[in-house]
Write a protein that binds this ligand. Structure first.
Ligand code: SF4
Length: 389
């Protein structure tokens, strides 16, 4: 007889627990709880695939409270798939500014064009998965919520619920992920798939939170192995945290008259397609001022003169941190004329709102232009003859 490998034996063990799990009863209680307790969120008001798609991409990277206003603004700017398919990447990045993970935003108009070319959203998960930017989570969410197909989802909230419900204490990895997807697949067989998926995510977000889960109010309390053990917070096992490197970066507000220089990042990679201030990494043994002079020479082909140091801004990305040292600068006397090798613009301070910048750059702007912004806000509006306030 063929022997089972360690992996399949372990996986089988998890699924054995799942086989005796009272799916119908538990999912029934979960759905009853969801229908009475779910938060009223803007993307839950209908099942339009376009709205479901946009909301799910946003929710993969941010909290519901942050995503709400972004979602409303995005839908005002691009109310339909057609509007998004016609959009320039820059416009989409501007609407996405501050949400992070800009690669996802860049792929939205690309996917919208593919969906339009196909005559609408495909109604099966495999075809959805082939669209630009669609991973298993997005495909599962759109297929189940918009089209009622029995397709699973797995996000951080659902992962936490499954790990606790079945007391899955192994470290994160391929084995665990496969089991969790298997559990999600079983769940959507036991009720309306879109509601089941949303109820699981809602439970993880509001009741079964990372700290102090509200077990006494949980509709799955009866079946929950971790709560039965009296230590729900021990699951899931925390992911091993890697130390994130920290880099110092010097950047310039390089002024020419009343305008300063901004450059555009290449379309791929981190913050791709966003605008930024010229500058770069401070190398070992270099001062921020020295690094800035070198970077401006390399990047802009000019020599700069520092006028003033501006407040330092710290920012954490998913895998590293930066400490930004901004400076007000102008071209040094006798400098060659600036000739940036990358797309660039010389903008007035008030024009910065029309371009998409990384969050850290916007924080530099907020501090640098706080006084000007306040003055502009306080200036009395001028009224034409006959107009009234
Ligand atoms: S009983 Fe507690 S630990 Fe278990 S799923 Fe519910 S909230 Fe989470």
């Amino acid at each position: 007889m063929k022997r089972r490998t360690g992996e399949s034996a372990q996986r089988g063990a998890a699924l054995r627990g799942a086989e005796t799990f009272p799916w119908k009863a538990a999912v029934g209680r979960l759905l009853a709880w969801y229908r009475s307790s779910a938060r009223d969120l803007p993307w839950r008001r209908d099942r339009d695939p376009y709205r479901v798609w946009i909301s799910e991409v946003m929710l993969q990277q941010t909290r519901v409270s942050t995503a709400g206003p972004y979602f409303e603004r995005f839908l005002r700017r691009f109310p339909t798939l057609e509007h998004l398919a016609e959009a320039e990447t820059d416009e989409v990045l501007k609407a996405w500014e501050g949400l992070g993970y800009y690669a996802r935003a860049r792929r939205l108009p690309e996917a919208a064009r593919a969906i339009r070319a196909a005559g609408g959203f495909p109604r099966d998960a495999k075809a959805l998965l082939s669209l630009p930017g669609f991973g298993p989570y997005t495909a599962g969410a759109v297929a189940s919520i918009a089209f009622g197909l029995p397709e699973p989802v797995l996000d951080g909230n659902v992962r936490r619920v499954w790990c606790r419900l079945f007391a899955l204490g192994e470290p994160d990895g391929g084995d665990l992920r496969r089991r969790l997807w298997d559990l999600s697949r079983l769940a959507v067989q036991s009720g309306p798939p879109g509601d089941v998926n949303q109820a699981l995510m809602e439970l993880g977000a509001t009741v079964c939170g990372p700290r102090r889960p509200a077990c006494p109010t949980c509709p799955l309390r009866r079946e929950c192995a971790a709560a039965g053990e009296g230590r729900p917070e021990s699951y899931p096992v925390p992911r091993a945290r890697k130390a994130h490197p920290e880099w110092a970066v010097a950047v310039a507000l390089l002024w020419r008259g009343d305008r300063f220089l901004v450059t555009k990042r290449p379309p791929g990679g981190l913050l791709g397609g966003l605008w930024e201030l010229p500058g770069g990494k401070v190398e070992e043994g270099e001062s921020p001022e020295g690094a800035l002079a070198r970077e401006i020479r390399e990047e802009v082909g000019a020599d700069c003169e520092i006028l003033a140091g501006l407040p330092v801004v710290r920012h954490a990305y998913s895998h590293f941190k930066v400490v930004l040292h901004p400076f007000d600068c102008r071209l040094a006397p006798g400098s060659p004329p600036p000739a940036p090798a990358v797309p660039h613009r010389w903008i007035l301070p008030e024009e910065r709102g029309s371009l998409a910048f990384p969050a850290a750059t916007n924080r530099i702007f907020e501090r640098r232009f706080a006084a000007e912004d306040l003055r502009a806000a306080e200036e009395p509006a001028s009224f034409g003859e006959g107009e009234r306030e």
